[in-house]
Design a protein around this ligand. Structure first.
Ligand SMILES: Cc1ncc(COP(=O)(O)O)c(C=O)c1O
Length: 391
């Protein structure tokens, strides 16, 4: 993913929304580290807090206050009863799935074509052969009828439905509100746990994207920006599900699931997370950033439309993707029909004009991007399209 023709870039520094490569070029960073870089580069509030914490409290081999503080902040922001920390979004999803399997005593997991939940939970083109060996059922995204049929068919053995409210890696394809609701109701109708993968999308609105879609998941998973640039993951939600991890005698559980991990509650990530959800990315700022992203995406769409080329933009809030497609895609099947040469020309044209996006077209707005920088990006896009058209 990080390698692209004719050669991949090596970045040596970043300041706010500007990246510098090893050859001395500067780029406006429109990728935002695939959503983990929401804060831009070098946020002093996070770095200072982490530096202070590491000097006093490096790795404690026990519980520490920043962990509790971050847990409380996450429960409040994302409406969770309880939360547990991991090192990555991948681990968070593996643990969420494990929780559902233990709680339901069932084995099947329904996922979506084009979904991505981690290195071992990869469904870009179906079930990747290297995936963790769960018993997966793959449904088409944004297709309520087909998904409801699959859920009914496998209902008795279905432990969980795992869903992104927007296919992130899969091309920034948002779920229709009715689709999200239909899947949620269908999952509950057969007693399956609804797992919301909000690793990328928890930045949207006050409490994440499923909240905006009117769906309250059983378990939600998190990662990326909440760690403020440090490795991070978390899963949380209904107390009765999270209580499978409660080993205290008072809980009196017969079935207990173990969840260990040396760096799960590491001081750097916990401290950074407290700053991120505390002062830096307040609920109000999150809402404003979502609106700003929607505005910018509309401006991008206008520039694309003017070009007359078969190009479009999809997304939600501050996450979006350019597609070499005439129509906005609704599922992974649509995305697969992109014109790959044109897609590459868009990426390279923007790069040549000092704008860094994902080779696959993804753009994620960071908080440090200025209006002037966004205007420069639109100009670079317009010039790129004109050059492509001219050629
Ligand atoms: C939706 C989604 N879930 C899970 C993950 C995995 O997170 P991590 O890379 O922290 O393991 C990603 C990473 O891109 C993701 O986009």
């Amino acid at each position: 993913m990080l390698t692209h023709a004719p050669f991949p870039l090596t970045f040596v520094a970043g300041h706010q929304s500007v990246l510098h490569d090893a050859d001395g070029h500067a780029y406006i960073d429109m990728l935002g580290d695939y959503t983990a870089g929401l804060l831009g580069h070098g946020d002093a509030r996070v770095l200072d807090a982490v530096a202070t914490a590491l000097r006093t409290n490096a790795s404690v081999g026990g519980v520490h206050p920043a962990e509790t503080q971050l847990a409380e902040a996450m429960c409040e922001r994302f409406h969770l009863d309880k939360v547990r920390f991991t090192n990555s979004g991948s681990e968070a999803n593996l643990m969420a799935i494990t929780t559902a399997i233990q709680a339901t005593a069932r084995r099947k997991i329904l996922v979506f074509h084009g979904g991505y939940h981690g290195g071992l939970l990869y469904f870009a083109t179906g079930i990747a052969p290297w995936n963790a060996p769960y018993d997966f059922v793959v449904a088409p995204y944004n297709d309520s009828a087909a998904t409801q049929r699959l859920i009914a068919e496998h209902g008795a053995s279905l432990a969980a439905v795992v869903m992104e409210p927007m296919l992130g890696s899969g091309g920034c394809i948002a779920a229709d509100a009715t689709f999200a609701h239909d899947v949620y109701v269908a999952a509950h109708s057969v007693g399956a746990v609804f797992i919301a993968d909000e690793v990328m999308t928890s930045r949207h609105g006050r409490s994440g994207m499923f909240n905006l879609l009117g769906v309250k998941p059983d378990i939600s998973t998190f990662g990326k920006y909440i760690g403020g640039g440090f490795s991070f993951g978390a899963f949380g939600g209904r107390a009765d599900l999270l209580d499978y991890y409660d080993t205290s005698p008072e809980a009196g559980r017969v079935t207990v699931v173990a969840h260990a991990g040396t760096f799960n509650n590491n001081v750097a990530s916990m401290t950074a997370g407290c700053v991120v959800l505390g002062d830096v990315f307040t609920a109000e700022i999150a809402q404003a950033h979502t609106a700003r992203g929607d505005d910018f995406r509309q401006s991008v769409a206008a520039v694309l439309a003017q070009s007359g080329l078969p190009v479009c933009v999809s997304g939600f809030g501050s996450m979006m993707s350019l597609h070499a497609l005439a129509e906005v895609p609704h599922n992974a099947h649509d995305v697969a029909a992109r014109n790959h040469d044109l897609q590459e020309l868009l990426f390279l044209g923007l790069l040549e004009r000092g704008v860094y996006t994902a080779a696959r077209g993804m753009m994620n707005l960071s908080l440090t991007l200025t209006d002037d920088q966004l205007a420069e990006v639109l100009a670079a896009l317009s010039e790129t399209l004109a050059a492509v058209r001219g050629a």
